[in-house]
Write a protein that binds this ligand. Structure first.
Ligand code: ANZ
Length: 849
């Protein structure tokens, strides 16, 4: 009975303990540029619920890269922390009464334990959660830096409010204008909130995309989000109200075709314009409804056009025509001026609206012959456009802008889709602002000495509403922490009483700069030491999900650039290279209301129908995660197979950037591979090392060097599935050739190459191969270039002793391959099965029929 088989249950905890005791993954900050560095960062987890196999995948990717870089002589920073503030913990708290700090800290313990059990090579001395005062003190400090730079300001903005739940809702909690939880119609309240002038950085955020190695589709998403458009601002006058209404247009050349005028429902003048007209009530109702819908819903191309006339007109400045004004929700408040000139002849949405309301349509660009569509968006000579007639779009634009500027009706402008960043939440579980208000209600920044502003202990987290004189306004939970809210301080005008800001920062705040804090996590004097920052930054490889392609990555880039401008850091882009791993998907189930139900509680009844709690549910596919309630936890799998098998399996499931469904059957394949690696080194009967010092045969040696070369390339390119395939080929080769033992010249590099994916078994085998030190810093194998050139050999092929043909094959081709090639070459001389085929390596092939 073999009792020296591969036993991950025994090996893995033992090595985890060694790494911990010896602080194997601890890394000192570089003092000088003595050694090249690699900063490998995986987006920090949100600690809620349990770690799942999706986490295991993404952290295994980062870990394999970290190992590879270390073993190539780089000083590697591979840190870990937790994005600990935010809505899920808070909603959980509201539901259960458990304090979000308690549930968050419990989740953090689970994550930390999981990272240990998965053997991820983290420098634990740098760990923190973004909810710890020692961390968010610096988040507050950075807020003040932006504030003092004039980049943070307050203005009124809408918050969404559920009158039934009496709570402020986040945008993602509003579905079709209704509260996600109770289905009530959502109301909108205007509230003073904090904003960042990210729009000041729009051009740099665009231009610097050219300096970083990110997937092209992510750059495109950022470019679209920033949405730079060149055009003109043109004024339209409403005589009745004696007011000019500017519009932003990318097509000033089409001005002669502007046949009506549309304001966004949020436009501050809409109600004033409609007042006293027969449409007043209808407008009021239309505006109320429109406000609860998202910009995405409203801007959707295929949405039916709706709107209400305002009963007023404006004058088209180029031809003095009076055109009717409307309010319609396809015009968005946050873009341009919140009003448009509608040109149905050249704009599809305006065309649909004109048809719906029977408004005139004038083409101002001649469509090509045979064009039978509605609006014509392309180029062509201008028509019906007075002085512009005959000019093509670009020239016509230029000419009309000159005219408008001369007459004082317009100017050339650039507009961005990017909006200033709303930075307030009326919630409890977030960073408090380092801001107080004086008796006149003006904000005052707290001095650094008063940081951190700690979040007060509370047990009631629900945001409510308070009745003001005329209106009811949402009240953030912090407003109820009365003692905390009032501050007696001398802020330069003698000791006075101030009131604290009671909004908190949004989820994004903590993750905007955490990568800088990992560099210097215990520094009490600065958010990061500049020398250390200069050494480690920028992050060399940032790994995370594509759902962060826009917001997180844009916000972090913005803060980074501000800190750079303030002279605090040396790099102007935080993340040099970005890799998006694909998701692990799993079935998810929804009930009749569309809410997700726990996948593990669903059962299948008579083929293809699914029930939960006796009710029918629908099955679908989606990203594995808490929100879809379809998490598969790795615990059981790890317990059964070991973390190494599991990691190898996840890394070998296919290209890492591709999302794919979870299935467990193939785990066994990964396990067999590691068992074979084990047997290449250890005799399962005796436990003895079965490695010999005799050289490998030529073919094996050539294969080894081809594998080393290929694996290196795959590691650089993060193509771990093909790297593992090559290692499997090599392992199969040595276990087949086997004989008295595996040549050391193959066994050692094999173990060294397996290590980034299966670190425990690799350490164990390395030790058994006689090495005293951990392989953590052992050089990654390098191929001998001389062995990579595949020489070819020509074999004469005899049939019954007569040379009947020749074949040319690679010098290290397997015997089977030589035999097959030889038979093909002499097929004319061989009918039926040959009696014998003899390959004399390097010399000849002899076929006997
Ligand atoms: C007249 C016109 C004629 C337009 C035409 C387009 C084609 P991009 O390219 O995305 O920047 N627009 C301006 N502000 C808007 C708002 N707040 N909500 C909805 N639409 C708005 O889009 C710029 C164009 O989108 C502008 O140019 C305007 O319509 C519309 F043949 O003006 B255009």
């Amino acid at each position: 009975m073999a009792d020296h088989r591969y036993d991950p249950k025994e090996i893995e905890p033992r090595w985890q303990k060694v790494w911990e005791d010896e602080q194997t993954w601890h890394v000192e900050n570089g003092e000088a540029t003595d050694r090249d560095k690699s900063y490998v960062l995986v987006m920090l987890p949100y600690p809620s619920g349990e770690p799942h196999i999706g986490h295991l995948k993404v952290y295994s990717v980062g870990d394999a890269v970290a190992h590879f870089h270390r073993r190539n002589g780089l000083r590697v920073l591979n840190p870990m922390g937790y994005d600990a503030f935010g809505l899920p913990a808070e909603n959980h708290a509201i539901k259960t009464g458990q304090h979000p700090r308690v549930s968050t800290d419990e989740a953090i313990i689970e994550f930390r334990k999981a990272f240990h059990e998965w053997g991820v090579s983290i420098d634990w001395s740098r760990e923190f959660g973004t909810h710890e005062p020692r961390y968010y003190r610096w988040t507050q400090w950075i807020f003040l830096a932006l504030y003092e730079r004039g980049l943070a300001y307050r203005k009124e903005a809408a918050v969404k409010w559920c009158p039934n739940d009496q709570t402020v809702l986040a945008n993602e909690q509003v579905i079709d204008g209704r509260c996600e939880r109770c289905g009530w119609e959502v109301e909108v309240k205007q509230l003073e909130q904090w904003f960042f002038r990210i729009t000041d950085y729009a051009d740099r955020l665009l231009d610097d995309l050219d300096t970083i190695e990110w997937p092209e589709h992510v750059k495109t998403m950022q470019r679209n989000w920033i949405g730079r458009s060149e055009g003109a601002e043109v004024k339209f006058r409403c005589e009745e109200l004696d007011t000019d209404y500017p519009v932003f247009t990318t097509r000033p050349d089409t001005l002669f075709g502007a046949t009506f005028f549309v304001l966004a429902p949020e436009h501050p003048d809409v109600l004033r314009l409609a007042a006293g007209t027969p449409h007043e009530r209808e407008v009021r109702e239309y505006v109320r409804r429109a406000l609860t819908e998202s910009a995405e819903e409203r801007g959707a191309e295929d949405r039916e056009k709706t709107g209400v006339p305002l009963g007023r007109t404006v004058t088209n400045p180029v031809n003095a025509e009076e055109i009717a004004m409307f309010v319609a929700d396809y015009v968005l408040a946050g873009y341009g001026t919140g009003a448009i000139m509608a040109v149905p002849g050249q704009d599809e949405r305006d065309w649909e609206f004109a048809e719906e309301f029977g408004l005139p349509i004038i083409r101002t660009v001649q469509p090509p012959e045979g064009f039978d569509g509605n609006a014509y968006l392309g180029d062509g000579p201008a028509i019906n456009s007075g002085p512009l007639n005959g000019l093509h779009v670009a020239e016509a634009k230029k000419k009309i802008i000159e005219e408008l500027e001369r007459a004082g009706w317009g100017t050339a402008t650039i507009t961005y889709k990017l909006r200033d960043w709303l930075f307030s939440r009326q919630r409890y579980w977030g960073e408090p602002f380092p801001i107080v208000y004086d008796e006149t209600g003006l904000p005052v920044a707290l001095p650094e000495s008063m940081l951190p502003v700690e979040l007060p202990e509370m047990s009631d987290f629900q945001p409510r509403i308070v009745a003001d004189d005329e209106e009811t306004l949402p009240e953030p939970p912090l407003a109820r922490a009365e003692q905390w809210v009032t501050v007696e301080a001398d802020l330069g005008e003698g000791t006075k009483t101030y009131l604290r800001e009671t909004n908190t920062m949004p989820q994004w705040a903590g993750s905007c700069w955490y990568y800088l804090r990992y560099i210097d996590p215990h520094n009490d004097n600065r958010f990061v030491d500049p020398v250390k920052e200069a050494y480690w930054m920028p992050v060399d490889l940032y790994i995370g999900g594509v759902e962060h392609a826009v917001l997180h990555l844009l916000y972090a880039r913005f803060w980074h650039k501000v800190l750079y401008d303030l002279g605090h850091i040396s790099s102007f882009e935080p993340f040099r290279r970005l890799f998006n791993q694909g998701y692990i998907q799993a079935y998810a189930y929804t009930d009749e209301r569309g809410s997700y139900v726990p996948a593990e509680e669903v059962s299948e009844v008579d083929g293809g129908r699914y029930v939960w709690n006796g009710r029918p549910v629908r099955r679908q596919y989606g990203k594995m995660g808490k929100s879809l309630k379809n998490v598969v936890t790795p615990d059981e799998m790890c317990a059964q197979y070991g973390a190494d098998t599991f990691r190898v399996y996840e890394m070998s499931m296919g290209p890492l950037e591709v999302s794919r469904p979870w299935e467990t059957r193939a785990v066994v394949g990964a396990q067999r591979f590691l068992q074979r690696v084990w047997r290449a080194v250890v005799d399962e009967q005796t436990g003895a090392v079965r490695v010999v010092d005799t050289p490998a045969d030529e073919q094996t040696r050539r294969l080894l060097h081809r594998v080393i070369d290929g694996v290196r390339g795959d590691m650089e390119g993060i193509r771990f599935n093909t790297a593992i395939a090559k290692l499997i080929e090599l392992t199969n080769r040595v276990t087949v050739v086997g004989g008295s033992g595996t040549p050391r010249e193959v066994a050692e590099p094999l173990v060294l190459m397996v290590a980034p994916f299966a670190p425990h078994i690799a350490e164990e085998l390395w030790r058994r191969l006689g090495h005293e030190d951990s392989l953590a810093y052992a050089d990654f194998p390098v191929a001998d270039p001389a062995l990579l050139v595949t020489e070819s050999v020509t074999y004469p092929v005899q049939v019954n002793g007569k040379v009947r043909g020749r074949v040319q094959v690679a010098a290290d081709a397997a015997e089977d391959a030589v035999r097959a090639a030889a038979l093909a070459a002499v097929a004319d001389h061989v009918t039926g099965e040959p009696r014998k085929v003899i390959v004399v390596p390097g010399r000849m092939v002899s076929v006997v029929v």
